[in-house]
Ligand binder design. Sequence first.
Ligand SMILES: *Cc1c(COP(=O)(O)O)cnc(C)c1O
Length: 377
Amino acid sequence: MDSIKRNVLLNPGPSTTTDTVKYAQVVPDICPREKDFGGLMKGLREDLVKIVHGSLERYTSVLFCGSGTINIDVVINSLLPEGKKVLVINNGAYSTRAVEICQYYGLPHIDLNFPVDQIPDLGQIEDVLKKNPNIGLVHTTHNETGTGLLNPIREIGALVHKYGAIFTVDTTSTYAMRPINIEEDNIDFCMASAQKGLMAFTGLSFIVGNRSIIEASKDYPKRSYYCNLYMQYDFFERTGEMHFTPPVQTIYAAIQALKEYWAEGEEAKWARHTRVFNAINAGLDELGFKQVIKPEWRTGLVSTAIYPDDPNWSFEKVHDYCYDRGFTIYPGKISATNTFRLCALGAIDEADIKDFFVVFKEALKTTGVQTPVNYKK
Ligand SMILES: *Cc1c(COP(=O)(O)O)cnc(C)c1O
């Protein structure tokens, strides 16, 4: 096995993968309708439920071929009963995506906005639920990847259930990193994509959720053909297969990534991501960078730094300098403030961050940015 050039990706996914996961894609050609392949997917589906500590009787996972956004599309269009409304608790770019999905399907919805650097107000959420008994589905994002803010999903979920609605949570950027317990966290449906916490590849996305709610959704309005949750679930249950062609090689890589996930262990993996995150913050602090999210509200996976007020600062130039040396940094996703992000996803550790800051400091120096960096106010 030749080793492949190792890049340290500090963008919010796809993340750095191990060579063993990369090579797991190189397999003999196989038709995915063969029993051998179906058997692989059964184990994979069960593992995906176990990662969030769900019981296999109550919870199941349904796979889709697509990037992570397909999951948001699927849960929203498939799980809203006739005559009901969606409530999106929106404090960032990814929840805004859910609002746009409601708009595209023409679904009645409430876009409950909060500032991007604030956790949502539970009293306000309860007020909206109380005044709108026709809310059937509430959606929010666990880690708002655009900023790195952690939303209080357990508390929101308790309110959602008190008012009898379904709670769908976009956990794409926490799943298989920050520990989740689907039942204790009051989640009915969560979701992710193989290229983030699992440290595998884009093309395989999955929804983990409550089996009886999926079964009840059989009679809900059908708003999409390819992206209908019940149809895909039912096909899996009857045949063990994806309804349409699965991303075959990507699935082999995801299975290898799961082996590596269990070998590392939930706790040790979260401790590693935390080490990486702390090293990123220490590096940013040392250089004087200000961040958008206050420490106690950070998920522990994404740091969002504000551009310094230095005439020589150029994200492009710093990015290119780092990229040429094997480190990828990423722009922010907040319209009002110019930011960049450094993320703790992937098969990386503290030593990679130390190496990164050597290069990052050189980049600032060669481009003429003063350190510690300056801010006008
Ligand atoms: C990455 C991510 C997604 C999926 O984005 P794609 O580009 O479709 O893969 C969805 N939600 C969150 C919170 C994410 O971080």
